[in-house]
Write a protein of this length. Structure first.
Length: 125
């Protein structure tokens, strides 16, 4: 790989390398692969630490289809409206209204719900 490299010095003193495009493409692919491996390793670490979880495709499909995120996560966690409302410290009617879209939860309320579900606020908004 190194035989077709040319080194030049730019006017500002930076050393530059000129190389064939195919060599550049191989280097770029190797760098992308290294980034992918690092991201995978980080995910494995976070999964082992309980900071990440696998989400079944059915849950992802429901989210992508536009279903209410609170309801999807609540049902995925196997919780009733009553159980989630109690754990989040809000009333059942208020939670039901959030799930049906009749009311929007305040940021503080949504944070309580996210904490009760074990998800991030971003997962609910």
């Amino acid at each position: 790989m190194g035989t077709n490299l040319q080194f030049i010095v730019a006017p500002n003193g930076d050393r530059l390398v000129v190389m064939p495009e195919n060599v550049f493409e191989r280097l770029r692919e190797a760098a992308e692969m290294a980034e992918d491996v690092a991201a995978y390793d980080e995910f494995k670490r976070r999964l082992a630490a309980g900071e990440e979880e696998f989400v079944p495709s059915e849950v992802v499909d429901r989210i992508l289809s536009g279903e209410n995120l609170v309801r999807v996560w609540r049902e995925h966690r196997g919780m009733t409206v009553a159980a989630l409302a109690e754990k989040a410290g809000i009333t059942q009617p208020y939670l039901s209204q959030i799930e049906t879209g009749k009311r929007e939860g305040t940021l503080q309320t949504m944070k309580k719900i996210a904490d009760a579900l074990g998800v991030t606020l971003d997962d609910l908004v």
